[in-house]
Structure formats: structure tokens, C-alpha cells
Design a protein around this ligand. Sequence first.
Ligand SMILES: [Zn+2]
Length: 127
Amino acid sequence: MGYYECPRCGSKDSYQGTEHVLHEKRGNQITMVNEAGMAMTRETGDGTEQVELMVVKCRNCGESLGQKDYRLTEAEIAAEEAQNARERRKQQKKIFRWHEIQMKWVVVPGIVICGIFLLIEFLKSIF
Ligand SMILES: [Zn+2]
């Protein structure tokens, strides 16, 4: 797992807190999703519902932290790079395969047809 870095004070110490938000219900039930991607909805009656939000905050200054403040650890960066390299290799293999197919089904028959054509011309010139 990575960590959150506070944009205000630079602290890497964060905690997950819960925030309650009251909001008016309009028609269908609305589910609010915060930056951390988690939300809970609870009805309190008379068209107002209480929404419970999971928020990540800086332990040092209380700043709300979001996905943009999320930092990967070195191990995760390395893992991601390895994954990207694997994807690239797969892509290159696919391109190579395509060249192989082209070679088999386009270039080789082309050479054969040219060969036959030249052979006919050669035979024509003899007889
Ligand atoms: Zn902070």
C-alpha cells in the first residue's frame, strides 16, 4: 500500500475519518461518493438523508486528502514499471507475430508467384 502526502504541510501521516453530511433527497436515492471512492447513505426521514463519508485526512493539520495526494511506495512503482514492461513486451510480440503472418501469407506467395511468372517467361524465351 502507498501513502497519502499532505499538500498543505507535507506530512505523510494520515488517518481515515468519517464525516456526516445531511442533504435533501430529490427523487431517487442519491449516493454520494467522495474522492476515496467510498460513501454510505442513510435515511433520516422527511426527505433528508444522512450521508456517511469516509474521508482521508492529514493527522498533522487536518487537511482533507484525495486521490491526487496518494503516493505509491518504491516497491509499488517498481511493480507498476515491471507490469508496463511486460505489457510492452506483449505488444512487441504481437507486432512480431503480425510480421510473421505477413511473411507467411503475403511475402512467400508473392515470391512464389514471381518465380512462376519468371519461369514462364524463361520457358517462353526458349521455345
Ligand atoms: Zn497536513
